[in-house]
Design a protein around this ligand. Structure first.
Ligand SMILES: NC(=O)c1ccc[n+]([C@@H]2O[C@H](COP(=O)([O-])OP(=O)(O)OC[C@H]3O[C@@H](n4cnc5c(N)ncnc54)[C@H](O)[C@@H]3O)[C@@H](O)[C@H]2O)c1
Length: 413
């Protein structure tokens, strides 16, 4: 197996193992090598025979310059191709607050290990677009966001001593839902897909899983808030992420029976209805918080009420278009990100329904092994998520109301 045939200048031997053929990792690696101006020669190739057998390939990668070789090794490293010669990571201390040293290793959302003192250790809090900080005394490494860097933090530089295990390379660790592995378009039947999502949620709720729901205001506008409330009350939601709009319209419905002024009973606009959401926010601001409104029995039902009564933690992250906002909304986006990062730890299943902003924000924080389902009426939302690196997303293009209705039915509601 050879690529094109320019004379090798700078070379490095790399190896790639696992389910590298059926997951298409090997073709991706070969394509990256030639696409970036390099070449390869295979030194050893063993193809697994049975479905579960792993395969193994050792290649000599060559490139005309050291820079091109480095670029190729960084790119193929993301697909799990690692240098045969193992070395420890290079570490530099952060010199200023809120920025990495130049040349920092930039993370992916795939499981990653680093080599420290001759041993490989797993990187904790895996998240894309971060750096990696290490603690040599405790033999630990974790992803750190740029804004959280403190002067003196030991940060990994370059790709040497790092290795990535792309999800899907190992069948056991794979993220697929069985037959469901791509976007389900608006033209395809969905009941079977929703049944499989229900099954995944049931397994998570009954086992050690942790379910995160990310929801937009269309959940309330379409009259589905009782369905989401049901999921919360029945233990199918461990964490909720949303913005000001979902919480406001949910509480507006509790106070006035409207969502953005539209009656949820008749569908008609009510007199002064457009003011309802402002009056709702104002009332909660006067009381101090959603929790206090529940404790004072001013708020007696709905999504936010049920989160509080059932001890489901939530983050309401602010955005520039927010009215009010509600006092619970975290308006400093870095503080909101930090709180969200804490709460995504241990999440095994994520359901994103009817919000582009919050779905993409959360997608960026989730490791690649978290099963993620994105339900949106607009196929572009799902595409955007995948384009930004949340490849594990299963997209369902549909109105959120029938989706939640069938999901709740499948779960016994
Ligand atoms: N008055 C307010 O304070 C106010 C009002 C609106 C939004 N916001 C805030 O703005 C930010 C972004 O809001 P967002 O999440 O609504 O906007 P968004 O544009 O990020 O997402 C809305 C998504 O809902 C989808 N959608 C619409 N109707 C649907 C349906 N019936 N079924 C399925 N999907 C449907 C759209 O395709 C879109 O992807 C949030 O932080 C929100 O809280 C504030």
């Amino acid at each position: 197996m050879n690529g094109s045939s320019h004379a090798p200048g700078f070379t490095e031997d790399v190896e790639l193992a696992g389910h590298i053929i059926d997951s298409l990792l090997l073709p991706k690696v070969l394509d990256e090598i030639t696409g970036l101006g390099g070449d390869y020669r295979s030194q050893e190739i063993r193809i697994g025979h049975a479905r579960r057998d792993p395969s193994y390939v050792r290649l000599t990668v060559s490139a005309p310059t050291e820079e091109i070789l480095e670029r190729i090794l960084t790119a193929i490293g993301q697909h799990g191709a690692m240098p045969v010669q193992h070395q420890d990571v290079r570490i530099e201390l952060a010199d200023i607050e809120g920025a990495f040293p130049e040349g920092f290793y930039a993370t992916t959302n795939e499981p990653t290990e680093i080599r420290l003192g001759g041993h490989w250790i797993k990187v904790e809090r895996q998240e894309m677009d971060c750096g990696i900080a290490v603690d040599r005394t405790q033999n630990r490494a974790w992803c750190v966001a740029m804004a959280d860097v403190k002067p003196g933090d030991p940060i990994i530089i370059g790709r040497i001593g790092t290795r990535v295990f792309p999800v899907g390379r190992d069948r056991e660790g794979g993220h697929s839902f069985g037959f469901m592995n791509s976007t389900v378009s608006s033209e395809k039947p969905k009941n079977l897909t929703v049944r499989e999502i229900a099954e995944a949620m049931r397994r998570a709720a009954e086992g050690n899983g942790r379910i995160l729901v990310v929801a937009g205001p269309a959940v309330v506008h379409t009259g589905s808030r009782e369905l989401l409330s049901w999921l919360i009350r029945r233990g199918y939601v461990d964490v909720l992420f949303a913005g000001n709009a979902l919480a406001t319209h949910d509480i507006e419905q509790s106070f006035y029976g409207t969502s953005l002024g539209i009656s949820m009973e008749s569908g008609g606009g009510s007199e002064e209805g457009h003011e309802h959401h402002l009056r709702t926010i104002n009332r909660i601001r006067r009381i101090g918080s959603i929790r206090q409104a529940v404790e004072q029995k001013v708020l007696n039902n709905g999504i936010m009420h049920d989160c509080i009564v059932n001890n489901v933690p939530y983050v309401l992250a602010g955005s520039i278009r927010d009215d009010g906002p509600l006092p619970d909304v975290i308006t400093d986006s870095l503080v909101a990100q930090t709180r969200m990062r804490e709460l995504v730890q241990g999440v095994t299943f994520c359901l994103m329904i009817a919000t582009t902003l919050h779905s993409i924000a959360v997608g960026n924080m989730l490791p690649a092994w978290v099963k993620t389902v994105c339900v949106d009426i607009n196929p572009a939302t799902v595409t955007k998520l995948a384009d930004r690196g949340t490849f594990q997303t299963i997209g369902l293009v549909t109105d959120v109301e029938p989706f939640l209705r069938i999901l709740v039915q499948e779960l016994g509601g």
